[in-house]
Design a protein around this ligand. Structure first.
Ligand SMILES: [Zn+2]
Length: 387
């Protein structure tokens, strides 16, 4: 069995080991050592990465109870090799994992909720609780958790013997029955939880715990969180974005939210006003068409579907034949056609002549044509001449 250095000392970032086995596998090699500081994927936490000699360690997995390092190069069996972890990544995971214990410990103490899921990957960290919480309750948890960070409480891991273990109250994942020795991670006065992953030695090392978005999930909540340097990177990004948005609106950053709400309200009322003026223009243009029983059409650049229908309805009130409206630019016009005629037949003719698609009811048809304004004009001129 490979000796688990990460269980004894979570700060072990480089170590010497002997290669016990190296097997080729699809796209690389799998290596077994006599001892390792590489944490294999487990309990929701992704595997450590790093180097074994010249080889890159891309993944670490437990297969049939044995720890295997997946490398890009082969290693020589029975030779000694120097291992080194990607420490920035590993330390960040230790911060997040310890924070998860604090949050789950507090949620358990205050609400009796269990931790029913945890994901600690490269992009995102989430934890799932068995019951629902509001933003206010999460804010309170976050505040209390950060007070524990500031108090710089000791975090220890130990494997008590079965008699001792029976006397200890601790949290554990309910869905999996624990077998064999149980490793307990204790945060003094805060939480005690069965866990095999590496943690920081004192809570102060977490730096900060920030609970971000949360959503209802399987009868409970899924919470996204960030700690330490990752939280700082996130803060910097959000600060930069808020600063840029506030500057663009010429307001102070603290006034950003109400200013943005005003901007959105203003945009909405401008949209309504624009729609109203489009309507008026459409009415005026339709009113300017001389009443006739011949086919008539109007052509615009920025009429939406509603405006097109309105124009066609207005034209139909004044004219006795085909009434059409087009909007768009050369090569791409949207159309609506109404009036007193066999519209499905007319639609087929229009689509055939102007490279179009569309259809509708006997009362109104709509679609698109890949034609120019000149081609539309020529089509209607031919139509009028034929009548
Ligand atoms: Zn843990």
């Amino acid at each position: 069995m490979t000796e688990k250095l990460y269980e004894l000392d979570s700060y072990c970032r480089s170590f010497a080991a002997v290669v016990e086995e190296c097997r080729p596998m699809d796209g690389g090699y799998m290596v077994r050592l006599d001892r390792t500081a590489f944490f294999p994927e487990g309990g929701g936490q992704a595997a450590d990465t790093g180097r074994l000699g010249d080889a890159a360690v891309l993944d670490v997995q437990i297969v049939d109870g044995e720890i295997w390092h997946y490398t890009d190069k082969p290693l020589v069996t029975e030779e000694s090799v120097q291992g080194a972890l990607d420490w920035t990544v590993r330390f960040s995971r230790m911060q997040h994992h310890t924070a998860e214990h604090i949050i789950c410990g507090l949620a358990h103490r205050h609400y009796g909720y269990e931790n029913v899921g945890f994901h600690l990957g490269s992009e995102d960290v989430t934890l799932d609780l068995s019951g629902e919480l509001t933003r206010e309750q999460l804010d309170a948890l976050e505040e209390e958790a950060n007070a524990i960070v500031h108090a710089n409480v000791a975090v220890t891991a130990a494997i008590p013997d079965p008699a001792q273990l029976a006397q200890i109250t601790y949290r554990s994942k309910k869905e999996k029955e624990l077998t064999g020795p149980v490793r307990l991670v204790t945060i003094d006065g805060v939480d005690c939880c069965a866990c095999c992953a590496p943690h920081v030695a004192r809570t102060g090392e977490i730096g900060v715990i920030k609970l971000l978005d949360f959503l209802r999930y399987k009868g409970g909540v899924r919470i996204h969180l960030l700690c330490g340097a990752a939280a700082l990177v996130d803060y910097r990004l959000r600060y930069t974005q808020t600063a840029a948005a506030a500057a663009a609106m010429s307001v102070k950053q603290v006034d950003f939210t109400p200013a943005f709400a005003r901007l959105v309200a203003e945009r909405d009322s401008l949209r309504l006003a624009l729609k109203e003026s489009h309507r008026r223009i459409a009415d005026l243009q339709a009113a300017a068409v001389e009443p006739t029983d011949r086919p008539v059409y109007l052509l615009g650049a920025d009429w939406d579907a509603e405006t097109l229908r309105r124009i066609v309805n207005r034209l139909s009130e004044r004219c006795g034949g085909i009434c059409a409206a087009f909007s768009g630019e050369d090569g791409a016009y949207q159309y609506v056609v109404g009036g007193k005629a066999d519209l499905p037949a007319f639609g087929k003719r229009l689509n055939a002549a102007l490279n179009g698609r569309g259809g509708g009811s006997p009362r109104q048809i709509q679609g698109r044509v890949q034609a120019t304004a000149k081609e539309i004009e020529a089509f209607f001129a031919e139509l009028s001449a034929a009548e």
